[in-house]
Design a protein around this ligand. Structure first.
Ligand SMILES: [Fe+2]
Ligand SMILES: [Fe+2]
Length: 244
């Protein structure tokens, strides 16, 4: 992860509520990644790759449990855990899982290239998060331990890609472009969410006050309490099909 992100990461991880929330979100993604890896392992014919994918999937199950346990421990310490999701959560990614990759439809080369890039990004992200968590050594220990595993995943997937795919470099480039496209879509969604919140807030403050003012003025003109109903109003009520 590049140096320009350090102040952002420091700011983001300083908030204990967001820290707990992010760890629980990471746990969900790791668990989803594990399910996809188990599926990929079941479909693979190569015995060595199948063994490695199973081992990888078991690691991701363990990561999910570690993140979840630490996230819940942090949450228990908070008087107010806050909302489940917060603005800008997408700006601090963890492992991306398979990012809705359809395992059944992908070639082995595409799958391994995707796993390699995804694990490399995760190991870099977790290493960067660990570096700004001096104030929370327990969370730091969890993240550092997981970052080391992700590095191992990054290495084995590259080695398997070289072993099984004749054109590993091409597969990596295609995977890079797909990741870039997904990153663009994620950013576009975050921006769209922020812009729609801003527009709705502006509408609330600009449009509601005039209506409130008109309603209050109309209410002031109305006399308080019961009032006598003239005879012709009652007749109209009957003609209009009143209840009595
Ligand atoms: Fe992981
Ligand atoms: Fe991983």
């Amino acid at each position: 992860m590049t140096g320009w992100r350090v102040p952002i990461d420091r700011l983001v991880w300083a908030d204990p509520r967001r820290r707990a929330r992010k760890l629980l979100q990471f746990a969900e993604v790791e668990a989803q990644g594990a399910r996809d890896l188990f599926r990929a392992a079941e479909m693979t014919d190569d015995p060595l790759l199948r063994r490695r994918l199973f081992a990888h999937a078991r690691d991701e199950v363990r990561h999910a449990a570690l993140f979840r346990a630490r996230g819940l421990a942090l949450r228990r310490m908070l008087a107010d855990p806050g909302p489940e999701h917060g603005l800008g959560d997408g700006l601090i990614p963890g492992e991306r899982g398979f990012d809705r990759l359809e395992v059944e439809r992908e070639s082995i080369a595409a799958l391994l290239a995707f796993i390699h890039l995804s694990e490399r990004a995760a190991s870099q992200a977790f290493a960067a998060y660990g570096a700004v968590l001096d104030h929370d050594p327990e969370t730091r220990a969890v993240i550092d331990r997981i970052a080391r595993d992700e590095e191992g995943h990054m290495r084995y997937s590259r080695a398997e890609l070289t072993r099984l795919a004749p054109d590993a470099r091409r597969a990596l480039w295609v995977a890079r472009l797909r990741r870039f496209w997904r990153a663009y879509l994620r950013l576009a969604l975050i921006l769209a969410d922020m812009i729609s919140r801003l527009i709705l807030t502006l509408l609330y403050f600009l449009l509601l006050p005039p209506f409130a003012w008109v309603a209050k003025r109309a209410a002031r003109k109305e006399a308080a309490g019961w009032r006598d109903c003239p005879e012709h109003d009652r007749a109209e009520g009957r003609a209009g099909g009143g209840q009595y």
